[in-house]
Design a protein around this ligand. Structure first.
Ligand SMILES: C[S@@+](CC[C@H](N)C(=O)[O-])C[C@H]1O[C@@H](n2cnc3c(N)ncnc32)[C@H](O)[C@@H]1O
Length: 220
């Protein structure tokens, strides 16, 4: 049993990652959200991307529609999670797809929170595959950086003023102390990701040892 949460990128099918493409190819079926209660995909960008990838890369998988009205209600996420549980009776490997990157305002984590609570086996067998965000794509389109040198970069939802937030700390100096980083929520240290001696720690390292270090204070 394997569940992939696949980020499809910002709408241009060529902006999908190789890892995401491989996950789709390895899946026995692909779960695609739709806003249409009749389970059609007429206006679905997600469906268009998956279809285009299947045509271009020569594979064909059964599609499982997941009605997703975007009303932020638990029963909607529960219905989608139940579809995933039921689909595992028929298929061994499933992908659930999302636009952009799963880390940014995606349904993925509403579903994963429920799965973690209700079926730890599936949760442990789940892999989240990151993707290109809409704002990375937008930045590239107009050839303007989101942050450069000593600047920072904020993502703010437009519907509310005061909201909880995640902070990403980057570009440390080797040897610096991290005591000035005031962790508010749940901070992790990511060192040398995808390099030799990769480390992921669920706490803040007291001293920076490697330039390739990120601290993320995740909202909870
Ligand atoms: C639910 S969020 C999903 C974000 C997505 N996961 C990402 O990585 O960009 C949807 C919001 O992302 C932005 N967005 C997503 N796709 C976009 C696009 N193709 N053009 C402009 N904005 C987009 C809009 O602000 C939209 O309201």
């Amino acid at each position: 049993m394997k569940l992939y949460m696949v980020s499809l990128g910002p709408g241009d099918y060529e902006l999908i990652t190789v890892k995401a493409l491989k996950a789709l190819k390895q899946s026995d079926a692909i779960c695609i959200p739709t806003k249409s209660a009749d389970n059609s995909f007429v206006r679905s960008m997600t469906y268009k991307i998956v279809k285009k990838l299947m045509d271009e890369f020569g594979f064909d998988k059964p599609i499982i529609p997941m009605y997703s009205p975007m009303k932020f209600q638990k029963e909607d996420w529960q219905r989608q999670v139940d579809i995933i549980y039921n689909s595992f009776n028929e298929y061994k490997t499933l992908s659930f797809v999302t636009l952009g990157d799963s880390a940014v305002y995606s349904t993925v984590y509403y579903l994963l929170d429920l799965i973690k609570e209700q079926n730890i086996t599936i949760y442990k067998q789940c892999e989240v595959i990151p993707g290109v965000t809409s704002f990375s794509h937008a930045s590239a389109k107009v050839k303007k950086p989101l942050c450069v040198g000593d600047s920072s970069f904020l993502i703010r939802p437009l519907h509310k003023k005061k909201v909880p937030f995640t902070t990403v700390y980057m570009r440390p100096k080797i040897g610096m102390s991290t005591e000035n980083i005031k962790n508010k929520n749940l901070i992790y240290t990511f060192e040398n990701l995808n390099y030799k001696e990769e480390q992921i720690l669920d706490y803040k390292k007291q001293k920076v040892d490697k330039y390739m270090t990120l601290f993320i204070d995740f909202l909870q």
